[in-house]
Design a protein around this ligand. Structure first.
Ligand code: ZN
Length: 59
């Protein structure tokens, strides 16, 4: 196991949706420096609100 201070830009199978634990498809970087992961379903549901608060979405 290697340590890295840089978060991986690529979502892997280990990444899970923060809402339902399904496989994550979208990463949301918050302006506060926080990070949220969403499955396709929840990304669609939360994207408008996330963009509203200035979060950057990447898939
Ligand atoms: Zn989900």
């Amino acid at each position: 196991m290697t340590t890295s201070t840089v978060p991986s830009p690529v979502l892997t199978r280990r990444d899970r949706c923060d809402r339902c634990r399904a496989a994550a498809h979208v990463r949301a970087m918050l302006r506060t420096g926080g990070e949220l992961l969403f499955c396709a379903h929840h990304a669609r549901e939360y994207a408008p609100r996330l963009l509203q608060i200035g979060a950057a979405l990447s898939s």
